[in-house]
Design a binder for this molecule. Structure first.
Ligand code: MG
Length: 163
């Protein structure tokens, strides 16, 4: 039996619009705008799912949960994360740690980071010290800086047992 470590990266961005809820890392954040998307548009979880699938060589979130499938409409993205985690487990792949950066000019996300970590660690069966969430602005630059959208970058390490 040997253990392979594999690294993955994920990126996602969604547009901020009126009359939508803002959900990041499964946490509802009070703000006058929210993210537009087919599911709940949880950009943080989408980036993590893509990083996990990438590390595992299993494609991407769009392939697994297409927006042409009505079952994915307004879906809670934590369900995507749990399903991705199960898929990894079925390939004898375990998550070692995840590190995420949210890019948003507004609202201030730091007060919600611990609640996001708590959700993510519960969904992935990881100790919270192995789940890091950071938030940054872009000093007013670009689409995130103009608060037209929110983006997320995720890096993950996974471990695969090979017979
Ligand atoms: Mg997305």
């Amino acid at each position: 039996m040997k253990n392979l470590i594999r690294v993955g990266h994920g990126f996602d961005a969604h547009r901020l619009v009126d009359r939508e809820m803002l959900v990041l890392g499964g946490v509802e954040i009070p703000y006058h705008k929210g993210l537009q998307g087919h599911s709940d548009a949880d950009v943080l979880i989408h980036a993590i799912c893509d990083a996990l699938l990438g590390a595992s060589g299993l494609g991407d979130i769009g392939k697994l949960f297409p927006d042409t499938d009505r079952r994915n409409r307004n879906r809670n993205s934590r369900e995507f994360l749990v399903e991705v985690h199960r898929l990894l487990q079925s390939h004898a792949i375990g998550v070692v740690n995840i590190d995420v950066t949210l890019v948003a000019q507004a609202p201030k996300l730091a007060p919600f980071v611990d609640a996001m970590r708590s959700n993510l660690s519960a969904d992935l069966g990881l100790d919270q010290s192995f789940v890091n969430v950071k938030a940054t602005t872009t000093e007013g630059l670009g689409f995130t800086g103009r608060a037209e959208g929110i983006a997320a970058h995720a890096a993950v390490l996974v471990e695969q047992s090979i017979a």
